[in-house]
Design a protein around this ligand. Structure first.
Ligand code: F6R
Length: 260
């Protein structure tokens, strides 16, 4: 796990977008794992800018989203289908048939989840998975206590997640209680993971995920079991990291480090 601390949210988002663009230059038909919520908005903005101004091409890209609320139709303005369309898909050239988002309205969740897992494999697996982190340490909607080997499934949201996400809905009671989410095990199979966090509210979760033990109570900590993870944070989200001076030191000395 490599931690990089950026001065601002914009710098963090631009660096993450550059990293994704590098993957697309090397592999134009890459499979991207997408996240929703406020954290990746800056990355999507920057990728859209690169598409419009620099010709970054998404025509061969396939995407799989991490999660969706159960019970919201794709047209609901708080569904993750709607979020992705408004903030990213409608601005770039990914063929619609290459876009996969868990269904919040299927009448057979178990079969849908199995199909979703199968589709990821059939498409060659996820090359880069973008991740945010919940204030309870979750990745996707793998709430505290989720198995670190879990697969895509129906999940009951934690009260803290419902409280956190109530800001997007008219009232707290409107936040769905269930979601369909990729599992921790599914995420760990991506070839590369990019965990992003900004703001003071994420500082504790980031400290627990990066410097605490690997535990199902902070599912982001499972990323220590993955060989290729970048953690991009802004100053506020980094503020509770005990080793932050060391992470900075690593970055400063990177250009001179011996290359293998
Ligand atoms: C969303 C997702 C969640 C969010 C997390 C942080 O697809 O998987 O894990 O990344 O809840 O949400 P924000 O970014 O809104 O703070």
């Amino acid at each position: 796990m490599e931690v990089v601390i950026y001065r601002t949210y914009e710098e963090m988002s631009q660096a993450a977008a550059r990293e994704i663009a590098e993957v697309l230059y090397a592999k134009p038909n890459a499979v991207l794992g997408m996240a929703t919520g406020s954290t990746p908005l800056g990355v999507y903005r920057e990728l859209v800018r690169m598409h419009k101004e620099e010709g970054l091409d998404f025509s061969q890209v396939t995407t799989f989203n991490l999660d969706e609320y159960v019970g919201l139709s794709p047209r609901h303005d708080q569904s993750y289908h709607y979020f992705m369309h408004e903030n990213f898909f409608k601005h770039v050239n990914i063929p619609p048939q290459h876009i996969y988002i868990p269904s919040g309205t299927t009448n057979n969740y178990k079969a849908f989840c199995e199909w979703y897992e199968r589709r990821i494999k059939e498409c060659g697996g996820i090359d880069v998975q973008i991740l945010g982190i919940g204030s309870d340490g979750h990745i996707a909607f793998n709430e505290p206590g989720s198995s670190l080997m879990s697969r895509t499934r129906l999940k009951t949201l934690a009260r803290q997640t419902i409280d956190d996400n109530a800001r997007f809905f008219k009232k707290r009671e409107d936040v769905p209680i269930y979601a369909i989410t990729m599992g921790v095990g599914t995420i760990l199979e991506a070839r590369h993971c990019l965990l992003l966090a900004n703001g003071k509210k994420k500082a504790q979760a980031i400290a627990q995920a990066v410097e605490g033990p690997v535990t199902a109570m902070i599912t982001a900590s499972a990323l220590h079991l993955h060989p290729s993870v970048m953690v991009y944070v802004d100053e506020e989200a980094a503020s509770e990291l005990k080793m932050r001076e060391y992470y900075r030191w690593i970055q400063e000395n990177k250009p001179g480090a011996p290359r293998s």
